[in-house]
Design a binder for this molecule. Sequence first.
Ligand code: AR6
Length: 178
Amino acid sequence: MKVKIGSSVLELVQGDITQQDTEAIVNAANRTLLGGGGVDGAIHRAAGPELLAECRNLGGCDTGDAVVTRGYKLKAKYVIHTVGPVYQGPNPNTERLLESAYRRSLEVALTKGVYSVAFPAISTGAYGYPLGEAASVALRTAIVFLQAHPEIKLVRFVLFNQRVLEAFEESLGRLNPA
Ligand code: AR6
């Protein structure tokens, strides 16, 4: 599924984020930036040990913030590491932090002149954010950002399985961006 936001494209695909050829991919990391399971583990395995070596020098990342490293063995030139919130029930602060993780990732992409970014569904695995709600925050934030920053030409959400893809498709259908 693909929609135009101004002159940019927002795309939903099922797949593995480590295989993406966008200029940057986003990692759903934890505050230590020292690796973990899920998408974080997959990205570190695919990028090779130099990624962890660079992350060690960054001194961590706050929840809702993002930092950038090189992509090493990945096709993507950069990895943008962001930290989503752990879900603890419906709470405007949790939602604000998830929104911030997406927005800060895109702001960091702009600082590197990146024009294409692939995201996983941040916080929807180990961090337990309900899929439908996470999809709506993710898509709303990306759409608002693309409307303000046409320099980013492509935002691709890479959803790991059919269930996550369908949640994002339903949410995008409801948002119905012009
Ligand atoms: N490509 C795309 N999506 C993936 C991949 C992949 N290769 N692997 C998993 N997913 P999670 P979180 C999906 O748990 O909830 C880590 O240990 C998965 O199906 O990776 O933000 C970190 O170090 C789910 O929809 O991230 C943190 O400690 C989504 O990615 C913690 O987990 C996010 O699941 C972060 O938890």
